[in-house]
Design a protein around this ligand. Sequence first.
Ligand SMILES: Nc1ncnc2c1ncn2[C@@H]1O[C@H](COP(=O)(O)OP(=O)(O)O)[C@@H](O)[C@H]1O
Ligand SMILES: [Mg+2]
Length: 414
Amino acid sequence: MHITHLSLTNFRNYGRLELNLSPGPTLLVGDNAQGKTNLLEAVYYMATTRSPHVASDDQLINWEADRLEQPVIVGRIVIQVQTGDGLKQLEMRLIRERRNGQATFRREALVNRRKVRLMDLLGELRVVLFLPEDVGLVTGSPAERRRYIDITLCQVNRTYCRTLSTYNKLLEQRNALLRQLAEQGTSAENGHDVLSVYSEQLIDAATTIFMHRTRFMRDMARGVQRVHYEKLTGGRETLRLRYLPRLQHGQSGSTRPDDSEMMQFANWMEAQGNDRNTITDRFRQALTHAVAHDLLRGSTSVGPHRDDWQFWVNGRNLSSYGSRGQQRSAVLALKLAEIDYVTTTTNDTPILLLDDVMAELDGDRRSLLVDYLASIRQSLITTTDHALFPESFQRQAKQLTVRSGRIEELSDPE
Ligand SMILES: Nc1ncnc2c1ncn2[C@@H]1O[C@H](COP(=O)(O)OP(=O)(O)O)[C@@H](O)[C@H]1O
Ligand SMILES: [Mg+2]
């Protein structure tokens, strides 16, 4: 797939933008704070319905337009995408309404001018985004790493995404009930029946999520190892990616399993393959086992919402032992493996969004990335300095300049 046209209204620092795009690489060149990242963010947002930055969605509306305090302000992204099934128009509206001194914010999604649920946008446009901050996937919190799995998987798998949303709702309901039961004590017998109904539904959704994540992480681990071993370190280092499912409490009674216990769960889960019933049974046991504790805390302590995944280089955990350089390499391997994963799963290359990452990479890694670009149908690449790219690449890329929320074709460098 590739984008043929992008139009923005009141999105970040873009008041109004109409931009034609073509297949192949497009280089967006500009100084800092001109709107390069914002442009990639718009494309990413359409593909995933999420901002890569965790700030709230209403921040995406252009501040100046918002400051006018009109009754309705609409930020808008419209993308025309050429797919195997023809040309599609995707639209996302960010709507702020003010009535009687009350401001509300909502979003609307449209495909070919018809309103759809936000979730229905997923899969219409598939992207892989690579940001300098992605090194935070190695060093950051488990929540960031779960978010990475969820966003990546949701773009290629609607069942996963739907189940995840069901799971999150059930989890909220279950937690609310746990708190209620804790307050009412044992008098609420009926409540315990309701709890087991919620629990069964939760177990079912959890099993689906565990299984999808296991398969995804297994495929990604293979890709990561291949890229890293063969292409990045010339066979010197092995990089392992492990999915760490939060299947149960730690053995010692602590809710947080230690590293070796997490590894045991990981091995166990990998060995189950497609055996749904076994996973269901084990998780049911864990949930039952945890119920006394969960009643005290008023929340659910085991399940996919506590999962994690991590890298190991030559047998050592990369987050605690790796150098910054190794961590960057691992993330590059992850991103390249992600491109391969999306391509094999969907039979189509995703649109690659590279935000200022060249400056962070050394020469070999830069050329590896540039080689990859040749195999991708469309890529949007931002940089402050086009000299970071080989001349042959610059000749073949379309070059645009970004200045204060405006985009112009760069005149020929010669
Ligand atoms: N909602 C918004 N409305 C208007 N301007 C915004 C909004 N959000 C961010 N900006 C501005 O966008 C600029 C940053 O754009 P960005 O795309 O990150 O720049 P860069 O070209 O360095 O990647 C900053 O000047 C910031 O103040
Ligand atoms: Mg930027």
